[in-house]
Design a protein around this ligand. Structure first.
Ligand code: NAD
Ligand code: IPM
Ligand code: MN
Length: 356
């Protein structure tokens, strides 16, 4: 029997609760489809700072590199907010993305039909099967540019630098074109080319690569306009490709199309197969330990792992179908529906397993 080695980084806040549900669902999928898992836990973020003093221990990097794939909860929380920038939990997350070369972050904003009324957008705006894929560059831009403190005219100042090289832009844009080819053949590149030089290089690179993908209809939007268009008419989008920071912000916005940030999964991919899978949301310190967390974004990230890293598309489809079925039977608080029972994080995980 095929056994997959999975590194498990539970992280902080609701991280452990949601990851536990996704692990349960993956195990159930393995039983059903005839493969097994060897899960290896490793420390990341605040949990790693508490245990070792650093947010990304070398053993964690080694465990992820040795694994077939990695599952992550979320990191961060008020306890570590006073840490210096270089030693924050979030720095551990950026570090593991860089160490594994995870330059392509796929964030699908999908509406399950069951949740059409849970979205704050009107049902006629959402339509029947809204499905927008945000392709976010993940290992460059302002997140990784030069930053620091200085003085300006005698006053304290700070700076962060946005920088992209052509090869960095090319590789993420190619991923987006390839995705568009498999989907609706529409690509919208989002930038701020009216102000930023790095955006002008980004746009010119997209325009050049476009010639290699003549079947794909390409458009360009400034990020401020895109933020507006996502709530005005999200159905105009198929694939959106954008920089690290714009993708971070737009994907949280797009998550509300799907009813809750607790629904939006993601895959972080490199040139290789392994990948790291995580919900787009954070550690939700406001609800950690209350059982209110929605585990579905993490469970759906597990489905993405089955599809993109483990070549188990049938199991991935089955997990997604079980999530859909679960939404007809119960809801976590964030997507509560008066006619259905309100479930805890664990109860939702159990329900998905029972329907798989
Ligand atoms: P957040 O995503 O943690 O929470 C925003 C809001 O959404 C909160 O009200 C929270 O309760 C709710 N929410 C988030 N996930 C939910 C879920 N699964 N079910 C139900 N409700 C959910 O964002 P934040 O509050 O800005 O950040 C909290 C911490 O998380 C910070 O330290 C931040 O740096 C970190 N963070 C980590 C990641 C990550 O590890 N990938 C992502 C985003 C934020
Ligand atoms: C995300 C998070 C991270 C990011 C933070 C915690 C570093 O917001 O995964 O969306 O900005 O990439
Ligand atoms: Mn984010």
């Amino acid at each position: 029997m095929q056994t997959y080695r999975i590194a498990v980084l539970k992280g902080d806040g609701i991280g452990p609760e949601i990851v536990e549900q996704a692990v349960k669902v993956l195990k159930r999928a393995g039983e059903k489809f005839g493969f097994g898992f060897a899960f290896q836990e490793a420390l990341l973020g605040g949990a790693a700072i508490d245990a070792t003093g650093a947010p990304l221990p070398q053993e964690t990097v080694a465990a992820c590199k040795a694994a077939d794939s990695t599952l992550l909860g979320a990191v961060g929380g008020p306890k570590w907010d006073t840490q210096p920038g270089a030693n924050r939990p979030e720095k551990g997350l950026l570090g593991i993305r860089a160490a594994l070369g995870l330059f392509a972050n796929l964030r699908p904003a999908v509406i399950f039909p069951e949740l059409r009324s849970a979205s704050p957008l009107k049902e006629e705006i959402i339509g029947d099967n809204l499905n927008v894929l945000i392709v976010r560059e993940l290992t460059g831009g302002i997140y990784f540019g030069e930053r620091g403190r200085c003085t300006e005219n005698g006053a304290e100042a700070a700076y962060d630098t946005e920088k992209y090289s052509v090869p960095e832009i090319e590789r993420i844009v190619r991923v987006a074109f390839e995705m568009a080819m498999k989907r609706g053949k529409k690509l919208c590149s989002v930038d701020k080319a009216n102000v930023l030089e790095s955006s002008r290089l980004w746009r010119a690179t997209v325009q050049r690569l476009q010639k290699e993908y003549p079947q794909v209809e390409v458009s360009h939007l400034y990020v401020d306009n895109c933020a507006m268009q996502l709530v005005r008419n999200p159905r105009q989008f198929d694939v959106i490709v954008t920089s690290n920071m714009f993708g971070d912000i737009l994907s949280d916005e797009a998550s509300m199309i799907s009813g809750s940030i607790g629904m939006l999964a993601s895959a972080s991919l490199s040139a290789g197969k392994a990948g790291l899978y995580e919900p787009i949301h954070g550690s939700a310190p406001d609800i950690a330990g209350t059982g209110k967390a929605n585990p579905l974004a993490t469970i759906l990230s597990g489905a993405m792992m089955l599809r993109y890293s483990l070549d188990q598309p049938k199991a991935a489809d089955a997990v997604e179908a079980a999530v859909s079925a679960a939404l007809q039977k119960g809801r976590t608080c964030d997507i509560a529906e008066p006619s259905l029972p309100t479930l805890s994080c664990t109860e939702m995980g159990d329900l998905v397993c029972s329907l798989l």
